[in-house]
Every structure is written in C-alpha cells, then in structure tokens.
Ligand binder design. Sequence first.
Ligand code: PMP
Length: 339
Amino acid sequence: MTTNAVPLTQRSTLDLIGNTPLVLLKGPSEAAGCEIWGKCEFANPGASVKDRAALWIVRDAEARGELQPGGTVVEGTAGNTGIGIALVANALGYKTVIVMPDNQSKEKMDTLRALGAELVLVPPTKFSDPNHFVHTSRRLAEETQGAVWANQFDNIANRKAHIGSTAPEIWGQMEGRIDGFTCAAGTGGTIAGTGMGLKAFDENVVIALTDPHGAALYSYYAEGELKSEGSSVAEGIGQGRITANLEGAPIDTQFRISDEEGLEWVARLLSEEGLCLGLSSGINVAGAVALGRKLVSEGRPAPRIATILCDTGFRYLSSLYNAEWLASKNLPVFPWLAR
Ligand code: PMP
C-alpha cells in the first residue's frame, strides 16, 4: 500500500468529482518500452470522465445567471455526459432532460432513468439532419421554461474542466515528469483541455490525438482535411468536425486505432491487470502505446506517457462483454466469454 495526496474526506458530494488516481499500466508499459499511466476516470461518481465536464458546465451556467434555482439542464449526449449532469443536477436541485441516440448501450439508458433524468431517445442520424440528437436537445432547451442547454460540444466550459482539473492533477501525480499525453475525442474537451493545461506547465509535452476509425480528426491533423475512413463501435468518441472545444487544441501528432486493437487492450487490461473498461479506454491505451514507441524511437530517454481510462466496462455488459453482440459486429469474442 502506498499513501497519496488525494484527500479521504470531502465536505460535498460534488467534491468527489475529479482527483482520480493515476495508475501505471504494466502490459502497455512493457509493450511500449516505457511508462504508460492511466487516469482512472471510471472512479468518478458517475463512473466516467464526463462528470468533470458536467460539473464545469453547470457551474458556468450558474455563474452566468442562466441557471436559476429549480431550473432544468437539457443535453444531447451519447450517455456519459447525461449521467454526469443528472448527478450534478440532483446534488444542486435542478432537473435533467437527456436526448440520446437510441443505438447507445442499454446500461446507459437504464442508468439515466434510474438517476431520475427524463430520457428522450431519437434515431441516430447525421449531424446536418435537424433531428440529430444535438439539435433536438437545443430545441427542447429553447422550448422549456427555465432550461439551459449544456451544449457540451461547443461550450468551452467543457474543456475548461480539463484545463482546470485533469491537467494539473496529471502534472502533479507525475511530479512534472511527463513526456506525452494522448486520448480520443468525442466533444474534444478532454484532449484539448488536458493538452492545453499540460502545455501551460511544459510546452515540450507531446500531445497526440488518438482517433478511432470512422472519425475525421486523424486526417484533419495529418493532412488538413476532415475525412473519415471505416467505422467504429466505440461509444462516446469519433468526431467529424472541429467543435469549439477542439479549436486551437495543441495537437502535435496523431494515431488512428482500430476497434480490434482497442479491444485487445480492453481484454488484456481486464484479464491481466483486473481493470474492466469501455472501448474508448482500450483505444486510448493503444494510442498511448503508439505514442510511447514513437518517443522511444525518437531517442527520448525513458519517456512517461499518460492517457485517460474514460469509463467503466460495467456500462457495456450487454455489448462489449457479450459474446453474441461481439460476434454480431464481427469482433473477436474474449476467450472467457466463449467458454
Ligand atoms: N470516452 C467515453 C466513453 C465518452 O463517453 C466520452 C465523451 N463523449 C469520451 C471518451 C470523449 O471525451 P470528450 O467528449 O471529452 O472528447
């Protein structure tokens, strides 16, 4: 057992958000030939990295006077932001309305209902369609008395959460000895905010975008053109445009990671290290290994890399951790599920 600086008591449940542990990942470190550290965002009260954005967005709306006592927070989300908003809103006496595409995990829908959020499901469609979940949530907010639209994609209170909390936590936990940081983008809040925050401490920290297939950001940062290739079943990541949160993100390099590579790390982290994670975490870890190898090959002595373990795998028991579901997506089934 080691002691660390995370306080063991908090005066408010909202203070349980953030201050997550950072853990050295053995298999990924061996594969990369350098240290790979994972930020345990599944340890937030809502079990994902999005609790941070939820708290900052709600606090920002309060500070601007938009959110009044008894008001409502409306958001369009793949699920995790909704879960974070519902918890934060409950703690502060607000109501929550969540608009979500109906192809997201059943666990997220059940969780949102269990937390007391009003859930509006819409068919998945392209962003240019006015019925897209993001536009639907904006309209609902406009039509609802006393409601604010969280607008996580283009509200930079989202990335400020990571400038103000994730980055200084990682910097402190790594005692200022960090060579690279990488993660995937959904809204882009995590990569942009953590990247900006870490660069403010040391501009030599290499910030890498890890993009899933089906997203357009890899080609944007590599060639200057938003262009996608292939597809991914990963939830919460995969962006096709430069959101306000991504504007000015200090991306130095980029990797494109397949679902198969991400799943391999999900399987290995579970079976070898006892961590049950979602697929975006596996994709992030694959990206971190790629970044570690790159820095090693460029001659950086003993580089230290950090990435984000975005959410708990318990949120995907009926998908990622289900043999029939994996087979239906032509993805490899974890050996212990096939038994
Ligand atoms: N992983 C998961 C599981 C998520 O729900 C999200 C949020 N959409 C992300 C990663 C990406 O985070 P961000 O929105 O900050 O880019």
